[in-house]
Design a protein around this ligand. Structure first.
Ligand code: ATP
Ligand code: MG
Length: 418
C-alpha cells in the first residue's frame, strides 16, 4: 500500500510532464488568440452544487462522485467536471455584472469513481472553456472552432466533430412523451438503469453504454430530440451549422448524441477520433446559471481530457515534447576550483542559462559522462590552472571544440551560443 498509488491515478514523471506542458501551453495559446481568460476554482465544492448542476440522473452524480464529510460535517465533493464550479464562481463573484461576455478557460484535475481502463482514470485532467451571457449561435460556433483549432494545433489527426441539438424546455417535454410512448411497451427489455431513466430522464437512454439498449432504441425507431425540435431551436441549430461551414469547420450531425450531463440545452457536440474515443465534448447550457441560483444567463462550453489527447497522440506516434536539455555542465577538476565553480554556476543560471554540476565527488571522466547523459551542450572545466589564470575551458560537445574563456566573459560568451 505504502508504495502504491491509488487505483486510477497516475504519476507524471519527468519526460512525460514535458508533453503535458506542451498540451497545456498550446491550449493557453489558443485561448489567448480567441480572447478567453483563465479561471481557477477550488478542487472541491459543496456536494449540492454538482447534484444540482450536473444533474441527479447522471452517471456522475449517481455513482462516480468522490464525496466526503469534512470535520465541520459539511458534505464536500472533489469536482468531477469543471463547468459547475465555473458557473458557481460566475454567480458568487457577480461576473454577470460585467457588460461584456464572460469568456473563460480552465485546465485542471477532475475526479470520478470510474472503472479504470485505457484512457479512463479516477483522477484525470480536463481543459475547457465556458462563455456566459449570450444565446447567439455565433458563440456556439466560436467555442466549437476554438476546440477544433486546439486539436488541430496539437497535430491530432482524423478528429471528427459530431453535432446534435438536444432542444430546450419547450421541445424536451414533447420528446420525453414520444420516448415514453415508444419505449414503455418494451420497457422490460431495457437494462435496469434505463428502466429507471425511462421514468426520470428518458433522453439519457441514448447515452447508455449497453449495446442491447442501443439496439432496442433502433428497433422501436425511438424519436430523437432532433425530430421534436421547436422552431426556435431548429433555427438556432441551423445557424450554428451555417456558421461552422462558413468558418471551415467540418462536422456530421448525429441525432443520437447526448452528453453525460443534464444541463445541456440546444447544441451538443463531441470531438471523436474514430477507433479511439471521444477526446472532448461540450454544449450549450441555458438553464444552469439559474439552476445554481444566479440570474437567468445562457452559457456554452466544452471540455476535453488531456489524458485522452495524449493517448491518441502517442498511438499516432507523435511525441509532443522532449525532456528539456541542459545547456551547461560545470566539471570541477580539483577541490581548489570548487568555490569558483559555485560562483560561475550561479552567474550562468542568473543569466537564464540552464546549468548543473556534480555533487557526488565524481572524477573528471565521470563528470564528462554525466554531462553527456544529461544532454549538455557545453562542459566548462575548472581546475587549478584555470583558477590561477582567471579563465574557464569551455568545451562544445556538439563540435568537440574547446576554448579558454575569461571568467568575466563567460556569461556573454555562452549567451550568444545557447
Ligand atoms: P465518457 O462517455 O467517455 O465517459 P463523458 O461524457 O463522461 O465521457 P465528459 O464529462 O463530457 O465525458 O468529459 C469530457 C471529456 O473528458 C471526455 O470527452 C474525455 O476526453 C474526458 N474524460 C471524461 N471522463 C474521463 C476519465 N474518467 N478519464 C479520462 N478522461 C475522461
Ligand atoms: Mg463518463
Amino acid at each position: 500500500m505504502l508504495t502504491q498509488r491509488p487505483r486510477g491515478t497516475a504519476d507524471l514523471l519527468p519526460g512525460e510532464v514535458e508533453s503535458w506542458r506542451r498540451l497545456e501551453d498550446t491550449f493557453r495559446e489558443v485561448c489567448r488568440t480567441y480572447h478567453y481568460q483563465e479561471i481557477r476554482t477550488p478542487i472541491f465544492e459543496h456536494t449540492e452544487l454538482f447534484a444540482r448542476g450536473v444533474g441527479e440522473t447522471t452517471d456522475i452524480v449517481e455513482k462516480e462522485m468522490y464525496t466526503f464529510e469534512d470535520h465541520g460535517e459539511r458534505s464536500l465533493t472533489l469536482r468531477p467536471e469543471g463547468t459547475a464550479g465555473v458557473v458557481r464562481a460566475f454567480v458568487e463573484n457577480k461576473l454577470y455584472g460585467n457588460p461584456d461576455l464572460t469568456k473563460l478557460f480552465y485546465i485542471g484535475p477532475m475526479f470520478r469513481y470510474e472503472k479504470p481502463q485505457k484512457g479512463r482514470w479516477r483522477q484525470f485532467h480536463q481543459y475547457g472553456v465556458e462563455v456566459l451571457g449570450s444565446e447567439a449561435p455565433d458563440v456556439d460556433a466560436e467555442v466549437i472552432a476554438l476546440g477544433a483549432t486546439f486539436l488541430e494545433r496539437l497535430g491530432l489527426g482524423r478528429v471528427q466533430l459530431e453535432m446534435n441539438s438536444v432542444g430546450c424546455a419547450e421541445c424536451r417535454p414533447r420528446h420525453r412523451e414520444a420516448m415514453v410512448a415508444a419505449l414503455r411497451p418494451v420497457a422490460d427489455r431495457l437494462c435496469a438503469d434505463c428502466q429507471s431513466r425511462l421514468e426520470r430522464n428518458p433522453l439519457r437512454i441514448f447515452d447508455c453504454k449497453n449495446e442491447s439498449c442501443q439496439a432496442l432504441l433502433r428497433e422501436v425507431n425511438a424519436p430523437t430530440v432532433l425530430d421534436c425540435l421547436c422552431d426556435a431551436c431548429a433555427e438556432h441549430f441551423d445557424a450554428v451549422k451555417r456558421l461552422l461551414q462558413e468558418t471551415g469547420v467540418s462536422y456530421t450531425v448525429n441525432p443520437r448524441l447526448v452528453r453525460g450531463l443534464d444541463y445541456y440545452t440546444r447544441t451538443a457536440w463531441e470531438f471523436i477520433v474514430p477507433g479511439y474515443s471521444t477526446v472532448a465534448g461540450g454544449g450549450r447550457y441555458n438553464g444552469l446559471v439559474a439552476e445554481v441560483g444566479g440570474p437567468e444567463t445562457p452559457g456554452v462550453g466544452f471540455a476535453g481530457g488531456l489524458e485522452r489527447a495524449l493517448l491518441v497522440l502517442q498511438e499516432q506516434g507523435i511525441h509532443p515534447a522532449q525532456k528539456s536539455a541542459l545547456a551547461v555542465y560545470i566539471a570541477v577538476a580539483d577541490d581548489t576550483a570548487a568555490t569558483t565553480a559555485a560562483r560561475l554556476l550561479q552567474q550562468v543560471r542568473e543569466a537564464g542559462i540552464s546549468a548543473d554540476r556534480d555533487y557526488q565527488n565524481k572524477g573528471l571522466k565521470a563528470q564528462f559522462k554525466a554531462a553527456d547523459r544529461l544532454g549538455a551542450r557545453f562542459v566548462l572545466v575548472l581546475g587549478e590552472n584555470e583558477v590561477a589564470a582567471g579563465t574557464v575551458s569551455v568545451k562544445d560537445l556538439t563540435t568537440g571544440e574547446q576554448v579558454a574563456v575569461a571568467q568575466d566573459q563567460l556569461v556573454s560568451y555562452l549567451s550568444t551560443r545557447v
